[in-house]
Design a protein around this ligand. Structure first.
Ligand code: 6R9
Length: 659
């Protein structure tokens, strides 16, 4: 484990480093001394961050870890999360500040001020109470990116109900499994949603999901597509009610009640590698503290000055922590966009950034690589000079994409924060600080102040600088998950049993230190290949492949191999200009040699398959499991969580005809 493979060493040939500009550093929300202060007294450090919020009752203990791995943060404290995200800003005189610049896919827009948001959330809270929702009940929300989605989440928080947001693109089966698992009492959805310029039904799917679902008493339906959708919205009399009928009739006054710091705030399901999805449970005080603090320092956010845009969907944890809770607690002005990035044209994001003068932009590597594929001439048509911080999340970002992002979108000067975290961690854990860190393309670098992360070997021993192994979190953190809904055993097994002796949280990611001690994430440990005893990360080979000018995107899997243990199989999408080359054979040879040159002969893929598409989940993660099925000549497994399940047919068809 501690022995270095030549392949891993080679990742570290990426040695560029970009210190923050003096002006940025001088005006940044935190300076380099923040790490030392946090190290000196972690609990006092987090207490200080918790004091950025407004509490009804102070806590008696910052951290109670006596019931580990079930943490209690700010034990005894009481607060209302929605009050912290909305009301207190109005009370402080910022009622007229825009909270949300909402942009609909067809081009309609709404600007919502904090005063309006307070009224909207209060009405929605009254509406939920009127249909019998009480603190501790679960409300499932399946909505696209409309303001009502955010309002509904905050309304739940306001009355102490837990929301369980289910991504708008999920199938009826997936929705039903989540509704049943948490016995949701109310479901909030819409009649339909705009996708790539067309209205698609939503309520019809929800009805299919809920047939016979006994826990569900009410379905609240937001009218979004209206007449754009063919046919009448299917309706179950007595159960279903329009949002505008129910919510708009409510008074705009609602007194927020304070809840215990450990009162559950939400459940969010994440798919494991196999089996049923896990309902990750988050609570109130610690979660909000870390979501707000990290948003403040990682994005250097200045309330009332910055215009922030996180492109995630509220169906994912990034939408929860970095659209709803962290930013609103910090009095953000933010863009929320309903649609896809290429509707109606491939410059849509840049057009929005130009219009609203977005200064902080937070997105995912898969989208950055898509933008690269579309070409730099598209963003070049827009004025992006308002941008001052760029963020990345969701998977390791390859150095090429990182540099492209900085040069093409960030005018070669904008700091890039590569933020590592998970649904389970609730908030960002490892990331550069834009005014402090000399950033390195492809590295998330260092645990944030107050957070502790280590790279350890099989035995749980920390590896030396330059060494690789498993990423663990060795100290509890405020926004950590408080369990898996209804399954304590699964919680312990999945996260706490691998390094039980040491009490480490096992993140499931491979990582390594460079010689400066900075952390490089290498993808899930199940994505780390072992070829002839050498540990090679799929990410590393992908990164080498996409550094070749002919390659638009690449996914690499380890397929079992009788001689080497695993063999490297790469699936490659060529850039448009290269697809006409010689049917691919020359390209394949050239790419194999290119990888050998970039990483070393050991990393030379056994096989490179030129494909038209890659199978991705709806959150943009490549489903390597399915590619492994192809690489190992197996029947292709479950494709239900793919964003587009026809992709697998496309890939198989191309391979069978030798294309
Ligand atoms: C926030 C989010 C978590 C998994 C995580 C890791 C990968 C996320 C990353 C990253 C490298 C980054 N991941 N951010 N890998 N660098 N900056 O994405 O949560 O959907 O639960 O996924 O995503 O593998 O374990 P979630």
């Amino acid at each position: 484990m501690t022995e270095q493979s030549p392949a891993l060493d080679n990742l570290l040939t990426e040695s560029r480093s970009f210190p923050p500009g003096a002006e940025f550093a001088g005006a940044a929300n935190v300076g380099p001394d923040v790490y030392g202060a946090a190290e000196e007294d972690r609990e006092e450090f987090w207490a200080e961050q918790a004091r950025r919020l407004s509490w009804d009752t102070g806590w008696s203990r910052v951290l109670d870890w006596s019931g580990a791995p079930f943490a209690k943060w700010f034990a005894g404290g009481r607060l209302n999360v929605a009050y912290n995200c909305v009301d207190r800003h109005v009370e402080a005189g910022f009622g007229d500040q825009v909270a949300i610049h909402w942009v609909g896919e067809p081009g309609d827009t709404r600007d919502i001020t904090y005063a309006q948001l307070k009224d909207d959330v209060s009405r929605a809270a009254n509406a939920l109470v009127s249909v019998g929702v009480v603190a501790g009940d679960v409300v499932a929300i399946q909505l696209q990116m409309v303001p009502e989605a955010i309002v509904a989440m905050l309304a739940c928080a306001r009355i102490g109900a837990l929301h369980s947001v289910v991504f708008g693109g999920f199938s009826p089966t997936a929705l039903r499994a989540r509704v049943d698992d948490a016995a949701a009492k109310v479901v909030i959805t819409s009649d339909g949603q705009y996708r790539r310029g067309k209205a698609a039904p939503m309520k019809a799917n929800v009805d299919e999901a809920l047939a016979g679902a006994e826990s569900v008493e009410k379905v609240i339906v937001v009218r979004r597509t209206g007449d754009a959708l063919e046919g009448a919205t299917p309706w179950v009399a007595g159960r279903d009610v329009w949002w505008h009928d129910l919510v708009d009739a409510q008074p705009a006054e609602h007194r927020p009640e304070a809840f215990d710091s450990e009162h559950p705030l939400f459940i969010l399901y994440t798919s494991g590698t196999t089996g049923r999805p896990k309902g990750i449970l988050h609570t109130s005080g610690g979660y909000l503290t870390q979501a707000a603090y990290t948003h403040h320092v990682v994005f250097d956010h200045k309330p009332g000055v910055d215009v922030y845009w996180c492109t995630a969907d509220i169906g994912w944890i990034t939408g929860h922590s970095y659209i709803v809770y962290g930013p609103l607690a910090n009095r953000v002005t933010q863009v929320v966009y309903e649609g896809t990035p290429n509707t109606p044209h491939e410059g849509r994001h840049w057009e929005i950034i130009q219009k609203y003068k977005v200064s902080i932009y937070y997105t995912a590597p898969t989208l950055i690589r898509t933008f690269m594929k579309w070409g730099a001439d598209i963003p070049a048509k827009y004025d992006l000079s308002s941008l001052r911080v760029l963020g990345s999340v969701g998977e390791p970002i390859n150095p090429e994409a990182w540099i492209w992002y900085r040069d093409t979108i960030g005018a070669s000067k904008t700091p890039i924060v590569d933020t590592w975290w998970q649904t389970e961690t609730g908030a960002i854990m490892i990331s550069p600080l834009p005014g402090v860190t000399a950033t390195k393309p492809g590295s998330a670098q260092r645990a944030l102040p107050g957070i502790s992360a280590k790279v350890v070997d099989d035995t749980g021993t920390e590896v030396p600088p330059g060494g690789g192994g498993y990423l663990v979190l060795d100290k509890p953190w405020p926004s950590m998950l408080r369990g898996v809904w209804g399954d304590d055993e699964r919680f312990r097994d999945t996260y706490w049993s691998r390094f039980a002796e040491q009490g480490f949280y096992f993140a499931g990611d491979g990582a390594k230190y460079d010689t400066d001690g900075d952390i490089w994430l290498l993808g899930r440990v199940d994505d780390v290949m072992n070829v002839s005893g050498h540990r090679i990360s799929t990410t590393e080979v992908e990164s080498a492949l996409v550094s070749h000018p002919a390659v638009a995107e690449a996914a690499v899997v380890g397929a079992s191999d009788p001689t080497t243990g695993q063999g490297i199989v790469a699936f490659v999408i060529l850039r448009a200009a290269h697809t006409t080359d010689s049917g691919g054979e020359d390209a394949v040879q050239e790419l194999r040699n290119h990888v050998a040159k970039e990483i070393g002969p050991i990393a030379k893929p056994r096989q490179i398959l030129i494909v038209p598409e890659l199978p991705k989940t709806r959150s943009g993660k490549i489903m390597r499991r399915l590619l492994r099925d192809i690489a190992e000549n197996r029947t292709i497994g479950d494709v239900t969580t793919l964003a587009d399940s026809s992709v697998m047919d496309l890939i198989s068809a191309g391979l069978n005809t030798g294309k």
